[in-house]
Design a protein around this ligand. Structure first.
Ligand SMILES: CC(C)(COP(=O)(O)OP(=O)(O)OC[C@H]1O[C@@H](n2cnc3c(N)ncnc32)[C@H](O)[C@@H]1OP(=O)(O)O)[C@@H](O)C(=O)NCCC(=O)NCCS
Length: 404
């Protein structure tokens, strides 16, 4: 007889996010070692959970070959020191990899099959550039199921600007500037201290320590952004300043059942309420989080006004603007990406979903008046993924949106 359970997020960790490529801090570090680093720190700081009580480990990566291949959840669990009795798997849904790992692993708890799981992701975009080695079925292109341009994410963002002229470049740049400013302030306020796991790195210069995201540009100005090239199209609107940068990094999180929470004396930092994935035209993949969030809200019996905090992945500024406009939320609403987003922090594709969760969990503790929050990402080939979470620290007062 199956008896289900609530799904609790109790902790999450991530490596600092690095600049992809030969000049980036992780060029000399293996992708799977980034995942091991995040996972080992997570396990070590939750010693109440006996190592043999982890039921499964799901790690996502978009490119599953080389140092990101070989059933990542299994290999990284062993290297992180979990006993050989703990199984593991690899997950792939591009940018929503870690979010999918969390939703699927959460479901195993909800269905009463597991009590303690790890969900996370890794992407070393330096070692595995986007699209490298892929062999798309020619019928995608010849039968016009997918426009060739839809396979380049920057082009899909330009398409959003085309389709919705109200999302001007100026608006996208302003959103990007705010992301940088919020991330800089969040660093100053210590809001990332709990999440970040320093990584020892080796380069030609010798050994060093990665302890801070490498992309941050706190000195960004509107003038600086206005002058940047538009790499995806002449006279386009998408630039290195209003897009998420190419990034290396890994994340890991622990989800547990009601029984495990009680048995190991853990604190629930978020409860999973609902999740949904949805498809849209691949040419405008950035719209994906709109239908996935609508679906997740409906499944939860909630309305957008019930959501007090949003952690939206900033693949591109224009893509977040489309979400905010759809739901009638101002570009600078204080409940959205309070610690900045992927434009400032970076976006190691399959790892990012769990970064959103960590940041939401930290904000839930700061805003006990908020009852529900959303984590959502757009996904290449035209998808969106959303998880809605409930704040266990909610003070029971009339629900409010953060910053209102
Ligand atoms: C947009 C993109 C092509 C830019 O790549 P890049 O040219 O290697 O980026 P860089 O970091 O070198 O930045 C380019 C220039 O912009 C400048 N720049 C970047 N951000 C800036 C900012 N906030 N303010 C001022 N200048 C900035 C850099 O200094 C650099 O200047 P330089 O050419 O004088 O050195 C790349 O980041 C990209 O493809 N992003 C999208 C990733 C993606 O699709 N992810 C999946 C989403 S679904």
């Amino acid at each position: 007889m199956v008896t289900g359970s609530e799904v609790h997020f109790i902790d999450g960790t991530r490596t600092p996010f690095g600049r992809a490529g030969e000049k980036g801090m992780y060029w000399g570090t293996r992708a799977d070692d980034l995942a091991v680093k995040a996972m080992k720190a997570l396990i070590d700081r939750n010693p109440q959970i006996p190592a043999d009580r982890y039921d499964d480990v799901a790690i996502a990566a978009t490119t599953q070959q080389g140092d990101q291949g070989l059933t990542l959840g299994r290999t990284t669990a062993i290297l992180a020191g979990l006993p050989l009795s703990v199984p593991g798997l690899a997950i792939e849904r591009m940018c929503a990899g870690a979010l999918t790992a969390s939703a699927l692993m959460g479901s195993t708890i909800g269905f009463g099959q597991n009590d303690v799981v790890i969900a996370g992701g890794v992407e070393h975009m330096g070692h595995h550039p986007m699209g490298q080695g892929v062999d798309p079925n020619p019928r995608f292109l010849s039968e016009r199921l997918v426009d060739g341009e839809a396979l380049n994410m920057g082009n899909t963002a330009e398409r959003l600007h085309d389709r919705y002229p109200q999302y001007t470049k100026e608006r996208a740049d302003r959103f990007a500037l705010a992301s940088q400013q919020k991330a800089a302030k969040a660093y100053e306020d210590g809001n990332f201290t709990r999440d970040l796991v320093p990584v020892a790195i080796e380069s030609e210069a010798g050994w060093g320590l990665a302890d801070r995201d490498e992309h941050l540009r706190p000195d960004t100005t509107m003038e600086g952004l206005a002058g940047l090239k538009t790499p995806f199209r002449p006279h386009g609107r998408v630039t290195a300043g209003n897009a998420s940068p190419l990034t290396d990094g890994a994340t890991a999180s622990i989800l547990v059942s009601d029984d495990a929470l009680k048995e190991f004396g853990l604190k629930s930092r978020m409860k999973m309420v609902s999740f949904a994935f949805a498809g849209v035209e691949p040419e405008v993949m950035g719209l994906g989080p709109i239908p996935s969030t609508e679906k997740a809200l409906k499944r939860a019996g909630l309305k957008i006004d019930d959501i007090g905090l949003f952690e939206l992945n900033e693949a591109f500024a224009v893509q977040v603007l489309s979400f905010l406009d759809h739901f009638g939320i101002a570009d600078d609403d204080a409940s959205v990406n309070r610690f900045g987003g992927a434009i400032a922090l970076g976006h190691p594709l399959a790892a990012s979903g769990v970064r959103l969760m960590m940041q939401l969990a930290n904000q839930f503790e700061q805003f006990p008046e908020v009852r529900y929050g959303v984590t959502a990402l757009c996904v290449g080939l035209g998808q969106g993924g959303t998880i809605i979470w409930e704040n266990p620290s909610w003070n029971g007062k009339k629900h409010a949106r953060a910053g209102k």
